[in-house]
Design a protein. Structure first.
Length: 295
């Protein structure tokens, strides 16, 4: 039986990725978003305390992706007054992760990339689940055509190669005099057509995006998500040791929930998984009470 259905309009928060060379003002551009939770990877916010305080924003400084994952999970699950998550820049976080991954697993056959990218994939899944606007910046680097000729094509972002696939809007920032311009590199938003160039400002972004997604979408309060409890995760793992499921079952569960670990699943989703496995328990085996599965 065919399962396709007509798509319905969904109000999505802005997910914006910006890159550009040093001095173009990536940090300044990002800080225009008010009520932001700013993750600062290179102490770029230290000269902007007046702007940050006036806009109701706060700063957390780190160079480690693990710290960012912890903060994003808190933003996802707790009630707060923030409207936007800013990560500035992602380049520093990724390079630090690569260095630590290489020290841990070595670099043979690109093992450190595999280890680092696994963490980045987990972070990206949590970011996309956030009921917040997300603004991520990256350093720029030169982009060359593949092959021996090494023809210079222009510039691209410096960081995890899959980053641009995640975002609905990717922009290349430049500066002429005191004016900052954004060039749309990739877009899933009709009010930001590909290759469009415009003078960058928060008001310009807001006007265009709200014309597409609905008035007030950038300023709406976030709705917390209840994630799986340690008790739920423990129960599911215990059940899976008893009940043999098809090899790809848990992978499908994780993919459908758009997460990489049971710990990142919504509580309601993992509860359904627990019940699914419990219903397939052999008679007399490990009859765990429901109270253990739902905290």
């Amino acid at each position: 039986m065919l399962r396709a259905k007509k798509p319905e309009a969904v109000q999505k928060r802005l997910k914006l990725f910006m890159f550009g060379p040093a001095g173009v003002g990536k940090t300044t551009a990002a800080l225009n978003f008010p009520n932001a939770y700013i993750i600062d990877g290179e102490r770029g916010t230290e000269n902007y305390e007046k702007i940050i305080n006036a806009s109701g924003s706060m700063v957390f400084q780190t160079t480690q992706v693990e710290d960012v994952i912890t903060e994003v999970k808190s933003l996802l699950t707790e009630k707060h007054e923030f409207r936007t998550l800013i990560i500035d820049p992602i380049t520093i976080l990724y390079n630090d992760l690569l260095d630590r991954s290489e020290a841990k697993v070595g670099s043979d056959f690109g093992r450190h990339y595999g280890a680092a990218n696994k963490q980045m994939k987990r972070l990206s899944s949590l970011i996309m689940a956030l009921d917040l606007n997300v603004v991520v910046t990256a350093h720029a680097k030169k982009e060359y055509a593949p092959g021996a000729a090494m023809q210079l094509l222009g510039q691209t972002f410096d960081g995890w190669k899959a980053l641009d696939y995640l975002f609905d809007l990717v922009m290349d920032l430049s500066k002429k005099g005191k004016k900052r311009f954004g060039r749309v590199v990739k877009s899933r938003i009709e009010t930001f057509p590909d290759e469009d160039v415009f003078e960058w400002s928060y008001d310009a972004i807001k006007k265009r995006y709200e014309a597409f997604a609905g008035e007030g979408i950038l300023d709406r309060a976030s709705v917390p998500v209840e994630l799986a409890t340690p008790e739920q995760v423990k129960t599911l793992k215990q059940l899976l040791e008893v009940v043999r499921l098809p090899d790809d079952t848990t992978a499908k569960w994780l993919a459908k929930a758009n997460v990489d670990t049971f710990e990142d699943m919504p509580a309601a989703t993992i509860d359904k998984c627990v019940q699914y496995v419990r219903d397939r328990l052999p008679d007399g085996k490990m009859r765990i009470e429901p109270a253990e599965a739902v905290a």
